[in-house]
Design a protein around this ligand. Structure first.
Ligand SMILES: [Zn+2]
Length: 162
């Protein structure tokens, strides 16, 4: 193992070697577990890392479930456009939501919303594509907000437009 090789120079002091090995092994385990989770794919073109709260907060299991549904819907949009979708903001921990001035019952806190951008496609055009896919029942009904630099889409289930 690599960490064992790295620790070889201190092997002269066995009192330090064993705790050192344990700490290194635990650290490696935690890192691999964290990386494994962040690399986790939610759909063909989206990974969990893209949806994570920007403050580094953990993604609770109920939020993860919503993010999976959100990613499935975004994948349909992505396949329709044929271009990468950049996610500016998806899940926001309650603390991060407060920090960015989000509304209290924000769909972002539930993991049901994403603010998205597609290079070469205006927010108005992106909004039209989303409206059409909702009408065709290819993606979930929900909230669509057209902003100057991005589009907010959420899967609340009921129609909301702004
Ligand atoms: Zn939003």
């Amino acid at each position: 193992m690599l960490w064992a090789l790295l620790l070889q120079p201190v092997s002269v002091d066995e009192n330090k070697l064993i705790p050192g090995l344990i700490i290194t092994a635990l650290g490696a385990f935690a890192w691999i577990k964290f990386r494994g989770r962040m690399d986790q794919k939610l759909s063909k073109n989206f990974s969990l890392a893209e949806f994570a709260s920007k403050d580094g907060a953990e993604t609770p299991p109920d939020v993860l479930e919503n993010l999976q549904k959100l990613a499935n819907n975004l994948q349909v949009i992505r396949d329709e456009i044929g271009k990468p979708i950049k996610i500016n903001s998806a899940y926001r921990s309650p603390a991060h939501n407060k920090a960015v001035g989000g509304v209290k019952n924000s769909m972002h806190v539930k993991g049901k919303a994403a603010d998205i951008v597609v290079t070469g496609v205006t927010p108005a055009q992106l909004g039209q594509i989303i409206f059409r896919l909702i009408e065709q029942k290819k993606i979930s009904q929900g909230g669509v907000g057209i902003y100057p630099n991005f589009v907010h889409y959420d899967i609340r289930g009921t129609k909301a437009r702004w």
